[in-house]
Write a protein that binds this ligand. Sequence first.
Ligand code: TXE
Length: 487
Amino acid sequence: MVYNQFIDGALTTDSKRESWVNYDPSNNQPLGEVCQANDEDIEAAINSSEKAFQIWKNKTGAERGRVLVKAADILRSRLEQIALLETHDVGKPISESLAVDVSSAADALEYFGGMAAGIHGEFFDLKNAFGYTRREPLGICAGIGAWNYPIQIAAWKAAPALACGNCMIFKPSELTPATALELAKAFMEAGAPPGLFNVVQGDGRVGKMLVDHPRIAKISLTGSVATGKKIFSAAATELKHVTLELGGKSPLIIFEDADLNNAVSAAMLANFYTQGEVCSNGTRVFVHRKIFDSFLKQLKERTERIRLGEPTDPETQMGAVISKVHLEKIIRFIDSGKSSGATLLTGGFKPEKDFKGRNISSGNFLAPAIFTNCDDSMEICREEIFGPVLSILAFDTEEEVIERANDTLFGLSAGVFTNDIKRGHRVIHQLHAGTCWINNYNITPIELPFGGYKQSGIGRENSLAAIQHYTQLKSVYVELGNVESPY
Ligand code: TXE
């Protein structure tokens, strides 16, 4: 398999490029060769996008919407096939790819496809005049993706961009090249003009070529804070539009009156789903001292029952982390936790066999880890680990836990578990985070905005809010009388 560019409506065939091998995280077997886009590829993508933009910007919202909704149907018709590609690329369980990744991508296309006809300006009656606004497209937008939810990230960027009349050049993470190409094929089959959604493959160097290109009007990144800062400063050169969906170290606060079973379920979802490789994860779990021991007991028992193993097995609940390099990074954090005095209660080791006794030693597997006796100042409680490592911390008062929860440079997400309706809203309103939950966690319906405060990002994806980031607003004043002039 060669993962090449998708430009002007078709996969490119010339594979004489700098290339590297893409590995299946569950066994580190090669899946295929990824071809790094070169200058010619970028110019071809830009020219093709410009051609498509001239067609697409003159279509009505209803015409654009029809293509997006059809693309959603095409993704859904290929759900199993694309989910399997995602599982091999990311290492996540097939149960997740089937339930979330492809469906969430299709939901985005359907939601913004349905909205496209309704994207409009406003009319203002004025004194002997009137005014109106127009929401106009930006032009060629660049989408740059991370490796944990490849097709979802690509669709969360492409759907609003295209609905608003733009075209997109998308670069998936160098670690997960496969499913953005499936999205590109779906757009073509849905009737999009060639070049409306181009895919270029490559690492940060190709990302930088897009960011620096003078004919690209906007960049939307999903990635780390470090990369977000690089892109933000590079985009400043030409004051390009930027939206950044970055990392987090989010708090999940469990009050003494919480439903224990639900709170433990949420803490596990917030730390072990997709092997913990989720930016919005609630990796600092604050538990009221009164229920700390009973919470921890249930959390440990249920965590040790997680079915870790072969990702393509429908019964598997946890797969392999993305790469050997990333696995070693997570293990370094676990060593740091132990050396800083925290107690590794369970997990944190590389299992030889999975829950069915299959040998998984060749894959990047890590038993889900729980740290207790943590201190807010420890590295494992301050840095984003992006792996299956949960830190649990006790608290006594509402004021104390709010202050501790907010004591971070991140601000992506936050969760609160309580049956006291006033306390739930009172606390969540004081947490410095952009994407929040009360009595659940990490549920991201397309109708709600997704994004962070502080260094977790700029702008929002999904919901009506996304339209602001993919259009520019023109106001027009129309005189019905004469020009009154003092000259
Ligand atoms: O990020 P990287 P990764 C975050 C998550 C974690 C990180 C993991 O919190 O920190 O992403 O994903 C490209 N100019 N989120 O390791 O390394 C690079 O090629 C232009 C948050 O992939 O930052 C890749 O395609 N592009 C998120 C992309 O940037 C550059 C959900 C991200 O790479 C570049 C998922 C450069 N200089 C993960 N350098 C959320 N908030 O939703 C790299 N890239």
